[in-house]
Design a protein around this ligand. Structure first.
Ligand code: MIG
Length: 805
């Protein structure tokens, strides 16, 4: 027994005598009636709680690294009044040693989570934690779930499921991210992450009013409570545990065109050519399952695609990259010279039934076998399967069907007794049933892909898109919301899904622009989808096989022109988006955010959660405000988080904190935070094309005025070795004008721009008397109609621009 365990155990015996004395331990273990409870604080503001019968559950995880799990901040123990109280940095716990009920407290001693079950949570069929649900808390997160935006009053199941044409009522969906955040009307927040891969349920007062119930059929009681206090703090605490998305290659932020399926070399080329000739900027074309030979992963139908390498190479010349689908189901095709099967079978890498024979399920190739991704050896092998495609110059990969989805069975997946083997990742080597591994199968599949690409191209950032995943999967792949429907309701719901994915660690998420299934979208629906999609992190148009074309050029030229304008706007905003992406890779704060993430106080405004239900923010500064009823021509009111916001399109400053909007298909209202500095670049048709000219800095004077620029080569890992550029720019209104401060630039990267153009919006001073940087006069021009003052400057590694009215 460790010294600490002894301390903790003896402390428990002592506590009956209500002795008041303080001690410091690095974890607390209590046991009562055969149930063992352990509390530790792996980081500031985080408590980890584990519980088991007779002994604690295995200390291992697919989501939380060993380093993050085993760090232990000191816990101050006080005992009294029949309770054990632990305080750590920014968080505390009070435990009743008899019942093992506990309360998690914030730094000020306020109860965040009041457990009602204690040791009684354990039963022979798993567990059911119960806690009081605070009256004014709203609940967000849980990944790609539909349902209501605020999850309070709802109940959700974690069980990765292929959910073609899902609806607002469909649950479970494709992913299991057993993490949520509660945010009160006052903006105070806490988070809870249950690190358990079994089928689990989260009931936010649906079954029992005012009670949060979290249960699972098996697996560990192992959860983390994060004390915030701001919603952004909760996200950073969650990122500390489960990681952040790596910085994506910049091209992944470009527009991506997909379709099930572009069926031939000629068709793929034609799509690329059309995007260019229509001047619709784009970076990626996807190849869906029909590029393969008989739907067999890691094969190519050579009749349709005789020379993939040439295709990929020629497209690259046009600034266009290829992403290929590679499903996890390997055709069960022994003796047919199918390398993926033969090599996997030779090394015994496929999942088996308890009787020892392969599990074989029907999917696209017909009968198929499934790699056991829980083994490091299998993941290595899988990663190696990409060698050919990588050598051909394929840029990224798409892992679909990895719930895993199986046809022709009621469960839509493999039997629960399929035997996985666990090797590594801190787990004891052992077998595990599919019931345990199902929810993490997709995450491990995308991890194998990501790690394989890292080995094959050690200095290139992988791009992997996955459909199914588990908490922590953001370290390996971007995701999308699966098979949505071309409807106004899906467009609205889809944005809420992306917001919740962002609040669940998945900053790179998108939904099929235009809708995947159902009736073809009306021209207006398609246009709106492109407009909104242009502001979502992963901007990918996709549609089901057999449907009429829905590429952006389809239909009325007036509609096409609107779509072109919005796709182009995304490319103009690329420096802003890329800076937000880089920020995300360090902090876990997503690109797409609910308004309340940046402005928690809006929740007190009640109405549609202070607008967060329909409006969303991109980064710190842009607020996108589609109508709450997208299909309706009726006016709607946009409430802004404060006064003095700017209209992004006109640069005009609003006099009020709300605005009534009359919908117009040619427009999507976007507002800018007063105090924003937004970098923009000249229009290019692909991120592969290096812009030339000046970097524009759009300055919207206001309080807390700041903006960031970030640049690097966009695709390699050289930025980790110092080859990047990061700079903060701040502004300040003075009685006589405006000062723009360029902080010292960090990093060694030399950017493409040959100078700066400062666009000062809302400038009412006419042509300034002077603009200068350290005595050097700068050229200016003033547009009275737009109230924009443009100041030209050379590139500034640091310095102060002073503009005098
Ligand atoms: O059973 O690869 O969600 O995006 O086009 C359908 C074909 C399999 C489902 C994906 C969808 C993709 C389709 N796939």
């Amino acid at each position: 027994m460790s010294r600490l365990l002894r301390l903790a155990a003896s402390g428990f015996l002592l506590c009956a005598a209500a002795t008041l004395h303080a001690e410091t331990v690095d974890r607390m273990v209590l046991s009562s009636d055969g149930v063992v409870l352990e509390v530790s604080s792996p980081a500031s503001g985080i408590m980890r709680i584990r519980m088991g019968r007779r002994h604690l559950p295995e200390d291992a995880s697919w989501a939380v690294s060993r380093a993050a799990r085993s760090a232990r901040l000191p816990l101050q123990v006080t005992r009294g009044g029949g309770a054990v109280r632990l305080s750590a940095a920014q968080i505390g716990v009070r435990i009743d040693p008899k019942t093992l009920r506990l309360e998690v407290l914030d730094a000020g001693g306020k109860v965040l989570l009041a457990d009602l079950a204690g040791r009684a949570a354990l039963s022979t069929q798993g567990f059911r934690l119960r806690a009081r649900l605070n009256g004014d808390d709203h609940i967000f997160g849980l990944g790609d779930k539909t349902g209501t935006f605020d999850r309070k009053g709802g109940a959700y199941t974690m069980w990765n499921s292929d959910a073609w044409k899902f609806t607002q009522a469909t649950d479970p969906l494709y992913k299991s991210i057993p993490f949520f955040m509660a945010v009160s009307d006052s903006g105070q927040s806490f988070g809870l992450f249950l690190d358990n891969t079994w089928r689990s349920t989260f009931d936010f007062g649906k079954t029992e009013r005012g009670v949060l119930a979290i249960g699972a059929e098996g697996g560990p009681v192992d959860y983390y409570v994060m004390s915030g206090p701001a919603p952004k703090d909760v996200l950073q605490q969650y990122a500390r545990l489960t990681g952040t998305p790596p910085l994506m290659p910049q091209w992944a932020l470009g527009f991506q065109q997909s379709k099930w399926s572009y069926r031939s070399d000629a068709e793929v080329r034609a799509i690329a050519r059309r995007l260019r000739s229509e001047r619709l900027p784009a970076d990626v074309i996807y190849m869906d399952i029909d590029y393969q030979d008989r739907s067999r992963p890691f094969t190519v139908n050579r009749a349709a695609f005789p020379d993939l390498r040439k295709l990929a190479g020629d497209l690259r010349q046009e600034g266009m990259r290829l992403v290929l689908i590679t499903d996890p189901h390997i055709a069960n095709a022994p003796g047919q010279n199918y390398a993926a099967y033969d090599s996997g079978a030779a090394q015994d890498l496929f999942l088996k039934l308890p009787g020892g024979q392969y599990y074989s399920g029907d999917v696209w190739p017909g009968a198929a076998v499934f790699p056991d991704f829980s083994r490091a050896k299998v993941r290595n092998w899988w990663g190696g399967l990409y060698a050919g495609f990588v050598a051909d110059g394929v840029a990224g990969f798409w892992n679909d069907m990895n719930e895993p989805a199986i046809f022709n069975v009621a469960s839509k997946t493999m039997p629960l007794d399929v035997v996985h083997r666990i090797e590594g990742d801190g787990f004891a080597p052992r077998t595990a049933s599919h019931a345990e591994m199902h929810n993490v199968y997709g995450q491990l599949n995308s991890r194998a892909t990501y790690e394989g690409l890292m080995r094959l191209r050690p200095d290139e950032r992988p791009f992997v898109l996955t459909r199914a995943t588990y908490a922590g999967g953001q370290r390996y792949a971007a995701t999308w919301t699966g098979d949505n429907v071309s409807s106004w309701q899906h467009l609205k719901m889809g944005t809420q899904q992306l917001v919740n994915l962002g609040l669940s660690g998945f900053a790179y998420a998108g939904n099929d622009v235009g809708g995947y299934a159902g009736e073809r979208p009306s021209p207006e629906l398609l246009t709106r989808w492109f407009q909104i999609g242009a502001f979502t992190p992963l901007f990918r148009a996709h549609a089901e096989t057999g449907r009429p074309d829905q590429e952006p050029w389809v239909g009325d030229p007036v509609q096409v022109e609107i779509r072109r304008r919005f796709i182009s706007e995304r490319y103009l905003l690329m420096p802003y988006l890329y800076a937000a992406a880089e920020h995300n890779s360090r902090t876990g704060i997503p690109l797409l955010r609910p308004v309340f993430l940046n402005f928690p106080k809006v929740l007190a405004n009640g109405d549609r959660l202070g607008g967060s239900e329909d409006q969303f923010m991109v980064g710190e500064d842009l607020l996108v405000a589609p109508s709450p009823t997208l299909e309706s021509p009726g006016d709607y009111k946009v409430e802004l988080p404060g006064k003095g916001w700017y209209n992004y399109w006109t640069g005009q400053r609003l006099s009020d904190r709300s605005e009534t909007v009359t919908p117009d298909i040619a427009q999507l209202p976007v507002y800018v935070r007063p105090g924003a500095i937004i970098p923009k670049q000249p229009l290019v048709q692909s991120t592969a094309i290096i812009p030339s000219g000046r970097l524009e800095l759009h300055i919207y004077p206001g309080a807390d005025c700041r903006g960031d620029i970030y640049a690097d080569d966009g695709s390699s890992l050289a930025y980790k070795r110092g080859s990047f550029l990061r700079q903060r720019i701040r502004c300040e209104e003075t009685p006589s004008g405006l000062r723009v401060q360029f902080d010292q630039r960090e990093g060694s990267w030399t950017p493409w721009w040959n100078g700066l153009a400062l666009h000062v919006h809302g400038w009412n001073g006419g042509t300034p008397a002077q603009a200068q940087v350290t005595g050097v006069k700068l050229a200016t021009s003033f547009d009275p109609a737009q109230m924009v003052l443009v100041v030209q400057a050379s590139d500034l590694v640091r310095g102060l621009v002073e503009i005098e009215r």
